[in-house]
Design a protein around this ligand. Structure first.
Ligand SMILES: [Zn+2]
Length: 179
């Protein structure tokens, strides 16, 4: 989660650069909001296992990106819509490489979870893919269904890396604003 906030800040800077607009607090706040928004499903799915947490509309890139982008384009304009698409995509990349089991990248065309550099049944693969059935077996096998608690509520290498990512983004932003 801290890294997502950092990605939101970096996205706002990128969008301001691409469109040659002055970066504003509003743009940065939108970036942070969009970077965290997909994980809102945690509030609904928190009682379930970690892998099921990413099994909702906000973690289906093929549906979420065009749908959200279109609504925002109509409501708030092109720049906010593109910020949404960029930030959400970075969130999905982060979810698809980092912890846990990746995402259902191609849902509704493909029911499988995909993860880059994932471990499937103990074997490291460049692209690991699980059917829902394989995933529940792998979860049991690796006993990682408590990863959220383990990675987010006590210091772990993942959490430390994420906080470092956030700090880098903030330092970058401060220098950016002082240019
Ligand atoms: Zn997520």
């Amino acid at each position: 989660m801290p890294l997502d906030i950092g990605l939101g800040i970096v996205s706002a800077m990128l969008i301001s650069e691409i469109f040659s607009i002055k970066i504003s607090t509003g743009l940065i706040l939108y970036g942070i909001l969009f970077a965290l928004l997909p994980d809102i499903d945690f509030l609904i799915l928190s009682s379930r296992n970690a892998y099921q947490r990413r099994d909702s509309l906000t973690h289906y890139p093929l549906l979420y990106l065009p749908l959200g982008g279109m609504i925002l384009w109509l409501g708030l304009g092109k720049i906010i819509a593109l910020l949404f698409i960029l930030t959400s995509f970075l969130h999905f990349l982060h979810d698809g490489i980092g912890t846990s089991w990746g995402l259902k990248w191609l849902y509704p065309f493909d029911e499988r979870w995909h993860k880059f550099l994932g471990r499937k049944f103990g074997q490291l693969k460049f692209l690991a893919s699980w059917t829902p059935d394989e995933l529940s077996r792998d979860v049991k096998l690796q006993r990682q269904d408590t990863w959220f608690r383990e990675t987010h509520f006590r210091p772990s290498p993942i959490l430390i890396t994420e906080v470092i990512g956030l700090i880098i983004a903030i330092v970058f932003l401060v220098f950016w604003l002082r240019r």
